[in-house]
Design a protein around this ligand. Structure first.
Ligand code: GLU
Length: 441
């Protein structure tokens, strides 16, 4: 069996961090099992679906390194839904219902008044042919419901949640198609999962009760259902479902300098029993991927944790991984020198500016000490380790040590009181520029 997963966003907006996490787990599970990862665009609703969001979804997945093996679009598959629908109507698994929204609301109010659950009473099933013909003659167009099998208890072993059970009598027959012919999400999704041979459906736990209904749809279509993994939802750092998460996506991450590897490393592990670690490569994350390690408590997404992880990942990224995003001329040695000091990759350009100069020094530096440093810099060997040569010489000549020895040099040479290791930086600044910066102004 080839594992096939699908990520099925509706193109009605940008992906947010919750969607991205679901996509990631689908992608990782497929990769971990040598399987396929399908992007299925759930665009049955032409009113709300927009092409620009389809493009954005593709671009976001690309940026995150999760390019799908195939892409499908529900809007291109209406003929298949029509055919399966006709079969289900013919077999009595789907039936027409004529109630208006107002009538249904009223029924629910009456049920509530009697302390009963708001389950559809199947009045439409009780209509005889005459009654139905009259409604149709009056121009009432039906919507369509899937008839749950009340005698078939619903149960499955969820890969994350474990054994799940639902009693079909406690659920309303779901509407699968509206009176105007448009589709609700549930049936086309089940049809596609069958037709695309999806083996594992990985999605949020807000879909658990949909799964119960869809399991009966798979059975009605004589298909084996895929396996299901419903993940606990994402919450903000404070542990609450947060509105902000809905607006955090790839655009935001890029803007604040988050690398895709950091997003991946964090979202792969939060909500699992594995620690969040600065793992830039996908392979080790994929190798350890296991639904059994997912917890049932909400996963906490913390932007501060993401930023910290991002910095740690940057500190280990090889030059090749970032070369094309570095300033012109910045080479391997410069990358390795400044890398430990980066919070975001954009900071590399600042440090490159420090290396290349000019640098502006604020505050006073002891002129006499700088004279001594200028003289020493003219005499040391620049081909080896100029920083240690320079400071050893100045230490011997001036008796300075510690901060008094180092800080004025750092200030004069970089214009800053902190930064990358001077031993790595000074060879990059070089003899000539160092002398210029040490010359007393
Ligand atoms: N389009 C559905 C959604 O975004 C897909 C759910 C599913 O994965 O089946 O909620």
């Amino acid at each position: 069996m080839t594992v096939i997963t699908r990520f099925a966003p509706s193109p009605t907006g940008r992906l947010h961090v919750g969607n991205i996490r679901t996509a990631l787990h689908n992608w990782m599970f497929a990769r971990a099992n040598g399987g396929k990862f399908v992007l299925r665009i759930d665009d049955t609703d032409p009113e709300r679906s927009e092409e620009r969001f389809v493009d954005a979804i593709r671009a976001d997945l690309d940026w995150l390194g999760m390019t799908p093996d195939a892409e499908e679009r529900q809007s291109a598959r209406f003929a298949l839904y029509e055919a399966r629908f006709a079969t289900l109507v013919a077999s009595g698994h789907v039936y027409p219902a004529y109630e208006t929204t107002q009538e249904l609301d009223l029924k629910r109010k009456i049920q509530a008044g009697r302390g009963l659950p708001p389950i559809y009473d199947r009045a439409a099933l009780a209509l005889d042919d005459d009654a139905r013909a009259k409604l149709e003659a009056d121009g009432v167009k039906p919507h369509w419901r899937f008839k749950l099998d009340h005698d078939a208890p619903i149960a499955w072993i969820d890969l994350i949640r474990g054994p799940q059970a639902f009693e079909p009598r406690t659920m309303s027959d779901p509407v699968v198609r509206r009176a105007d012919g448009s589709w609700l999400y549930m049936l086309p999704s089940a049809i596609d999962d069958i037709d695309m041979a999806i083996t594992h459906v990985v999605r949020g736990e807000d879909h658990v009760s949909n799964t119960a209904l869809q399991l009966q749809m798979f059975a009605a279509m004589n298909a084996t259902a895929p396996q299901f993994a419903h993940e606990a939802l994402l919450t903000g750092a404070e542990g609450k479902l947060s509105k902000r998460l809905g607006s955090l996506g790839v655009d935001h991450f890029r803007k604040v300098g988050i690398e895709p590897q950091a997003v991946r490393a964090l979202l792969a592990r939060i909500g699992t029993s594995d620690p969040v670690e600065p793992i830039a490569d996908a392979a080790p994350l994929i190798a350890g991927f296991d639904f059994a390690r997912f917890g049932r408590a909400p996963a906490r997404f913390d932007e501060v944790e993401l930023a910290a992880l991002n910095a740690r990942i940057l500190h280990a990224l090889p030059f090749e991984a970032v070369a094309e995003r570095l300033p012109e001329g910045m080479d391997l040695a410069a990358w390795e020198a400044v890398r430990p000091n980066l919070v975001t990759l954009a900071d590399a350009a600042d440090w490159w500016g420090v290396i290349e100069g000019p640098v502006a020094v604020e505050g006073d530096i002891d002129g006499e000490y700088l004279d001594q440093a200028f003289a020493a810099a003219g005499e040391i060997d620049w081909s080896g380790d100029p920083w240690h040569a320079l400071t050893a010489r100045l230490k011997a000549e001036t008796g300075r040590k510690g901060k008094a020895l180092f800080l004025p040099l750092r200030l004069a040479l970089t214009g800053r009181d902190h930064g990358p290791d001077m031993a790595a930086l000074l060879p990059l600044i070089g003899h000539e520029r160092a002398l210029e910066r040490l010359a007393v102004r």
